[in-house]
Write a protein that binds this ligand. Sequence first.
Ligand code: GLU
Length: 478
Amino acid sequence: MTDTVRVRFAPSPTGFLHIGGARTALFNWLYARHRGGTFILRIEDTDRTRSTDEYIGAIIEGMKWLGLDWDEGPLRQTDRFDVYRSYVARLVEEGRAYYCYCSPEELEARRQEALSHGKTPKYDGRCRHLKEPVAGRTPAVRFLMPQEGHTVVDDMIRGKVEFENAQLDDLIILRSDGTPTYNLTVVVDDVDMKITHVIRGDDHLNNTPKQMQLYKAFGYPLPRFAHLPMILGADKTRLSKRHGATSVMAYQEMGYLPEALINYLVRLGWSYGDQEVFTREELVKYFSFENVGKAAAVFNPEKLIWLNQQYIMASTPEGLAKLVLPFLVKDGVIPEGEALDMGWLASAVRTLQERAKTLVDLARSLRYYIVEDVAFDPKAKEKFLNEKGLLLLADLKAALGTLTGFSHAELEGVFRAIVEKHGVKLGALAQPVRVAMTGGTESPGIFEVLEVLGKEKALRRLEKAVLAIQEGAQGKES
Ligand code: GLU
């Protein structure tokens, strides 16, 4: 039997792709891939005042960056108004929907009246049985909602959630200006696109019983539902800008790897034993709604950064070199369009990837390998580029100048000879050299740094450090 799972991610393009939306997209994508089904991207842009093409582009950019490829779409609801109107006409013909001539002012007055009596406002159904149109008014169309019994949402995550039909309003499905409303367009599209599973945020749970009545009215077998628990910030309120970056592309800019963000997002609600780090193939293989928890998930930036570090450590230096290149260009370390030896960049990356938490970090650390001149950190300079270091550095410069190779072993041999000669520890030589090479006191092993820099650059930097010490000494004398 062929698997017929069809799911959709249905963002409203009224903002960038944010963490919550990306997780919804991811769970849909994973479920589709796990079941060998179809993943559809549907743009719900019927709110024309708030939807923009720029946001559609941004959502698509975010999905592509995360590697969430879709099989159908992107479909836009604004291209489908005729379809919605024909579905509405069908409901009216079948007596499942009716024209409502109440004006917005009348509805508002009744709403206020209900509120002033402490009642939940609800449409009173007065146009349900109208036989004749009301002259001079353009009607809206309302769906005739059953008022008896219950509607039970059988959710794959939350189990059975029951709603009393008496609480359900006769929904407006087509406004008097001819535009369809959210609950209608969602259901029509799900029916038309033969959606089998509706996977979305649990802020939509209250819409589900109303939508279920619409699926039934269209004679469509109910899809399965999975309402994903909310994502909260550390203070247990709904995740928002107050908690830091929420747009997915902001994480790209901050130097996160898409795989790390995917791994993080999936763990916002889903678990698989104690395992924390997953390949994409593992996620596709293991994903199921049985392992999605009901409780809201708390967004933890430290955990995300930890994961990012894990992914950076596990990446190949060659792959990281490609990823970090745009950051180096952005930082002005490499002029745009300048050819760089990528094999060499990978060798530099290899020395740093154990320490970098983000690509931004990595680019910052790579700087001293690439630029011609490093600036000395004033404290480091004072502590290590002084007269004590002068003889050591001058000796090292002379010895390195005679080397024909520049390998780790050769460098180590030279260092050993010099520390022996001066009767000092290795660190007494390594630290001034480190400042000379990188400008600061923290770097990978000094032999690795020298090897990556190469003989010419290393000698130029030693020369500069020696000069700086001599100038400093003269300054003191005069
Ligand atoms: N367009 C809705 C939203 O962005 C999603 C509707 C749905 O998934 O059914 O929240």
